[in-house]
Ligand binder design. Structure first.
Ligand SMILES: *[C@@H]1O[C@H](CO)[C@@H](O)[C@H](O)[C@H]1NC(C)=O
Length: 138
């Protein structure tokens, strides 16, 4: 199951990579050098508290990529005039981990306000989740 998730993640990542040539792993080196350590520590404690959260965060990123790309649209709450992806039938009461993403976002905003996108946070959290559950599965 863990192997399947990793393979799925790689396929999704490759697919995304091929559709956008300007992605870079050092994009935040100067503007938010602590982004990766900040995200990782929140994901680590969330998974330590509840192991299933690792899979949930990967799945959240995966579902975010449906409907016109990985743009964090899955995080949008419904309003009286807008129905988002969060409560769309395939996601309603199914996708989870929003509280962890909110926690990551507030920690990242504390170290570098207004720099890191929610879409990137979802992607980084999914990556860290896969690593953490792969090496801590006993
Ligand atoms: C989503 O779930 C809530 C709570 O169970 C329910 O009230 C609502 O009708 C559901 N929305 C959709 C679009 O299925």
């Amino acid at each position: 199951m863990a192997t399947f998730s990793v393979v799925l993640f790689i396929i999704v990542t490759l697919f995304i990579g091929s559709s956008s040539a300007k992605l870079s792993t050092n994009f935040y080196d100067k503007t938010c050098p602590k982004v990766f350590s900040t995200v990782k520590s929140v994901v680590h404690s969330a998974v330590a508290k509840e192991k299933r959260m690792g899979a949930s965060l990967l799945r959240l990123h995966f579902h975010d990529c449906f409907v016109q790309g990985c743009d964090a649209s899955v995080l949008l709450d419904d309003t009286s005039s807008f129905t988002g992806e969060k409560t769309a039938r395939p996601n309603n009461n199914s996708i989870r981990g929003f509280n962890v993403v909110d926690n990551i976002k507030s920690k990242v905003e504390a170290v570098c306000p207004g720099v890191v996108s929610c879409a990137d946070i979802l992607a980084i959290a999914a990556r860290d989740s896969v690593v953490i559950v792969s090496f801590c599965s006993n």
